[in-house]
Design a protein around this ligand. Sequence first.
Ligand code: SF4
Length: 374
Amino acid sequence: MAGIYIHIPFCRKACTYCDFHFSTNFSYRKEMIDAIIEEVLLKKSEWQDFTFESIYFGGGTPSILTEDEYRRIIETVKTNFRFSTHVELTLEANPDDINPGAVKKWNSAGINRLSIGLQSLNDEELAFMNRSHTAAESLVAVDTSLQSGIADISVDLIYGSHLKTDKQWEFELNWALNSGANHLSAYALTVESKTALAHRIKKGLVPETNDEHQSNQFMKLTEISALNQWDFYEISNLCKPGHRSIHNSNYWKNKAYLGIGPSAHSYKNKTRFWNASNNAEYIKKINLGELPQTSETLSDLDLANEAILTQLRLSSGLRMDAILPFYSKWHDENKIALKKMEQNQWIKIENDTITLLSKGRLMADNISAELFIS
Ligand code: SF4
């Protein structure tokens, strides 16, 4: 089964750390929604062989969409593609857009899961991130969603900033895991080049992120997740048992996905496609009846390296049979490195599957890089 991702490229404010594709200029919003709908129609015939089990509105800030806008998009998608009986339909929502009336309307349009971007429960940190909401709005957002009819709630938190003390992080984790949400995405604050955060760090206005601080907070995440018996199924994602995200899990299982909207990626039959990350260019091409996309076909070695990168992040681990059919010498070439990683208690190897242990999860990117096929 496959998934559909719809990118809504508008935000009220620019968060200091963000390098996703978005604009705070809403002036061509109508043209953008029309183009998104048109892209669905342009891609319809190529995706007729797939059955979809998830739709994910991401961004940007999809919770800024009006009822008319998200209904038009959902209706177009649902009438032009084939779906399974149950469809996970997620909307990323910012806490300042969540109120009983909005949640009820989302629910009646078929949205059955919210991914709420809390990031912090501390006003000073929210201001540092330039988020558009307050801690008070975050603290009521989950409850409002549950009371208004959407029971599947994921919350996002960011750890490791200089303003997030260990005590604050512990409070946020305990709150999130007992808030009624059944899924948590927790990301270390990353400094991406060309962001306002990178600029401020360069100017000495904000301290650099500290690896030890971030590692300590990741270990706290591991500890509190285990105490609450949550399923820490991916390096940044955990849930109450039985509530893994269908949409995101499909990415990690190398299944097909269709991306709609500027900057959205698609993947099928070993080929990856990505749309222009420029709103004006995207709208212009779509209006000419052209797909604003570039593509690349992945070689077997690319696929093996993708498996190393994504499967190592999963609690189910990296199965060697995801690599060996493409590159049979891989195990022999990495025998010594793997042994050393086992001795350092970074990984365990069982049933031809490599799983990261807690210490290894802290250095997942380095471990993947060492095991890549060049
Ligand atoms: S709301 Fe999300 S997409 Fe928009 S600027 Fe902030 S982090 Fe980026």
